[in-house]
Write a new protein. Structure first.
Length: 380
């Protein structure tokens, strides 16, 4: 597959989604927001300017415009870098919304991440007072979060089991067994990745790609072992890397079973999973050594669908047309993926034609647009 085409595919999908510390705060150049309204954010390659740096507790909306030259991300962090909300893959010239529920007052941090790397350009952000949580005020939203938590629990146990099998195969030097288990274990990981991403540095330790490593960052996790298995051969430290992977997955599993999710997080997570497809799977950059990207692609779609399914009663009640459109677009993506099944899994990414990749890209584009509206519907 030509790199030119892959870059073009990635660029066409950027509308879906999505370091020295520079100054980031209130602006004096007219970038103002009405109290209680959406908070505009101007993201550049060396600055991140918020219209205001405080808000009352409740549902917060950030409108982030990328005026830089690199793809960026925007995050709202609680203490300990716990992610309250994020919007990824904001291409130059694109505006994306982050809608997140923050019911507890206190000190937070907003961050832009030009190039989608590093700790970002940060500023302190204050949430005033406290607000009733949506799940306490709306029985259907409360059930939605419980439903999705049940889904997460159904995925983390097989994630741990299959990762254990994968690690044991690596440590035993059983290369072919490890290769066959690699995409299976990752399927369960990719279905719940937005939950996993909320736990600080565990996500990059488990899932960082070699091309995305920052200076001084060790290459660990699934993709390091993927390179060993498909490219270099198992290295002397492969057993230690495998043990660390299993320990990190164990920690994720324990935390994921108790994490408290908000309706906004479910809706944002559904979109984030599609963004994962847009920036990694559809370009072949995620599983660059094994070319098992379609397993990840399908898992991200599964996870996105599960999050939306949990919220569907509320979406159906408030916007039946949107609910029907989302159902239709999910089916279109699933039907297209079905054409690329092979045995119990999928074709290798390198076996796809450019037309097939383009069709997948267009189907995710068509699904991403209505999914991006779900957060606004469930938080209004």
């Amino acid at each position: 597959m030509s790199s030119t085409f892959l870059r073009a595919a990635a660029t066409s999908l950027a509308v879906l989604t999505p370091l020295a510390l520079a100054a980031c705060g209130d602006t004096g150049n007219g970038n103002q927001a009405a109290p209680g309204g959406a908070i505009t954010v101007e993201a550049k390659d060396d600055a991140c300017t918020l219209a205001r740096t405080s808000a009352d507790a409740g549902t917060l909306t950030f409108e982030v415009t990328n005026k830089g030259n690199r793809v960026t991300e925007f995050y709202l962090y609680a203490q300990g870098d716990r992610i309250m909300g994020e919007v990824e893959n904001i291409a130059p010239g694109v505006t994306r919304k982050l809608i997140t529920e923050v019911a507890e007052g206190g000190k937070y941090q907003a961050a832009c991440k030009p190039g989608m790397q590093g700790n970002g350009i940060r500023t302190d952000f204050t949430v005033n007072g406290n607000a009733q949580k949506q799940v306490d005020a709306n029985a259907k939203l409360a059930e939605a979060t419980k439903s999705y938590q049940r889904y997460v629990n159904s995925q983390v146990d097989p994630l741990l089991a299959k990762t254990t099998e994968f690690v044991n195969a690596v440590k035993a030097g059983k290369v072919e067994d490890a290769k066959s288990l690699f995409p299976v274990a990752r399927t369960y990981w990719e279905r719940i990745e937005p939950v996993a991403e909320s736990f600080g540095d565990l996500d990059p330790k488990i899932d960082a790609r070699e091309a995305d490593l920052e200076e001084g960052q060790q290459f660990t996790g699934f993709h390091r072992l993927e390179k060993d298995l498909w490219v270099t051969g198992l290295q002397a430290d492969a057993p230690a890397i495998a043990d660390a992977l299993l320990a990190d997955v164990n920690e994720i599993v324990t935390k994921a079973k108790t994490v408290e999710l908000t309706p906004a997080q479910l809706a944002n997570g559904a979109k984030e999973l599609l963004d994962e497809v847009a920036t990694g799977k559809i370009t072949g950059e995620e599983d660059t050594f094994s070319h098992t990207d379609l397993w990840d692609f399908a898992a991200n779609v599964d996870g996105s669908k599960a999050a939306v399914a949990a919220l569907r009663p509320v979406v159906q009640e408030r916007d039946a047309t949107l609910a029907s459109t989302v159902d239709e677009k999910f089916k279109a993506v699933e039907d297209l993926l079905g054409k690329h099944r092979k045995g119990d899994g999928f074709k290798l990414y390198t076996d796809l034609t450019q037309d097939e990749i383009k069709a997948l890209a267009e189907s995710i584009d068509a699904l991403g647009e209505p999914i991006s509206k779900v957060a606004e519907v469930v938080t209004k």
